[in-house]
Design a protein around this ligand. Structure first.
Ligand code: SAH
Length: 401
């Protein structure tokens, strides 16, 4: 049986069709009345209202709470190679429009729901592509998608990187890292971001190797860094540190991460750019922030870019406490009129909640916080207005009186 041909019908409960008429791409188990037919995981299904009206076409996965991912909202569109091709071409064309098609650079080429390709992430690092699949729908079409990417982008190689462990489990996916097409780079891939050089480890690095979403936020932070002593907490491979040191002309930068692999990358990248004012240290953020405070150290700018504290809405309260704690410590380390660059990449934390947390920090510390910039991910991480779940990154730049 072909995976392309819609044979089964997924019938929605009464009054549950509205989000899908609104083009939301995830159909949860709880919205489904019944399934007519026996779709295999990964097969095409049509979504209908309880009284049989066509709503959308998508791909089935009985193993996931997201039972159907929707890819077309009109009955005439087939979920076949020509649709995937046109979606991939549109995604690549957007990055060209954004000026991110330079082969010496890096960008996110495909951003899942933001590019109408729910479950597929493709990052380009120079001549290599790193693919992350977060849905069985896309995993079952991996070969086809890689053929298309090969023909549209002509990379030297395509590597498959495992998605976050939690996510893979939710989808019932077991995809070990592997080379899917072409050749693997024989060391780090060097790319240029806003004039800075970064070596990127495509096989071992975090995410697909680099935090591309922070590209423009690093520049925004750097614009406030001149002459300041900067603390870059959770530095990973040194993105904020380098922008602040080299472009921002910070007086000095202390870059800290708990992972020694990360700090090794940050050191190498600092050397690569001749940034002698950066000092890199391997330490736990909470302990280091405490220690700096106790030692009476002060900074003109603190950057906080922690990993996802809230993995789900259930762990939200605990996460908010952790955000409060590091932000409070950061504020305590800031000179009068210092700059706080504080980030959250937890999708479960809404921007307003994050701002409320900062308001709590202002109250407790007795310092006033002036919001200078409220930012999100770079434009190569587009978000579909029909699926705001894709909006996860918050980057707030505030002046602390
Ligand atoms: N600012 C970085 C991205 C940071 S990602 C950039 O621009 O590229 C989050 C980082 O936090 C990871 O590198 C991870 O190793 C680090 N991390 C996680 N827990 C930590 C902790 N308790 N203390 C310090 N660093 C931590």
């Amino acid at each position: 049986m072909s995976l392309e041909h819609a044979c089964a019908r997924v019938v929605l409960k009464p009054k549950r069709a509205r989000p899908f008429f609104g083009r939301h791409p995830w159909v949860l188990d709880s919205a489904i009345l019944r399934v007519d037919g026996e779709p295999a995981d990964g097969a095409v299904v049509d979504l209908t209202t309880h009284d049989g009206l066509f709503v959308a076409r998508g791909l089935w996965n009985a193993a996931s709470k997201i039972r159907v991912r929707l890819y077309a909202f009109d009955a005439a569109t087939r979920l076949d190679a020509s649709l995937w091709r046109s979606r991939l071409e549109a995604a690549v064309a957007l990055r060209r429009l954004l000026g991110l098609d330079d082969r010496g650079g890096a960008c996110r080429l495909v951003n899942s729901e933001g590019d109408d390709l729910s479950g597929l992430i493709v990052d380009r690092y120079g001549d290599w592509l790193a693919v992350q699949v977060t849905a069985l729908a896309m995993a079952s079409r991996l070969e086809e998608l890689c053929d298309l990417l090969d023909s549209i982008v002509a990379p030297r190689g395509i590597l498959l990187r495992g998605a976050e462990r939690g996510l893979s489990k939710l989808e019932g996916l077991h995809l070990p890292d592997r080379l899917v097409r072409g050749s693997a780079p024989d060391g780090p891939v060097f790319v240029t971001e806003h004039g800075l050089r970064f070596g990127i480890d495509l096989t071992e690095g975090q995410k697909t190797g680099f935090y591309l979403d922070q590209r423009d936020n690093r520049q925004a932070a750097a614009r406030h860094a001149r002459g300041r002593r900067v603390l870059d907490m959770f530095c990973y491979s040194g993105g904020f540190s380098l922008a602040c040191a080299v472009q921002g002309q910070a007086a000095s930068v202390l870059a800290v991460d708990s992972s020694s692999k990360a700090t090794a990358l940050a050191k190498a990248n600092a050397e690569l750019n001749g940034a002698a004012t950066i000092t890199v240290e391997t330490a736990d953020a909470f302990k280091k922030l405490d220690a700096l405070k106790v030692a009476g150290e002060r900074f003109g700018m603190v950057v906080l870019d922690p990993p996802k504290f809230a993995r789900s809405r259930a762990s939200l309260e605990e996460a908010m406490r952790a955000y409060h704690r590091i932000n409070r410590l950061a504020v305590d380390l800031l000179d009068p009129n210092g700059i706080l660059v504080t980030n959250s990449c937890s999708g479960a934390v809404a921007r307003d909640d994050f701002l409320m947390m900062l308001s709590g920090v202002a109250q407790r510390s007795g310092r006033s916080l002036q919001l200078l910039e409220v930012r999100g991910a770079a434009a190569d991480h587009p978000v579909s207005v029909s699926c705001l779940d894709g909006e996860y990154l918050k980057c707030i730049i505030a002046r602390v009186a």
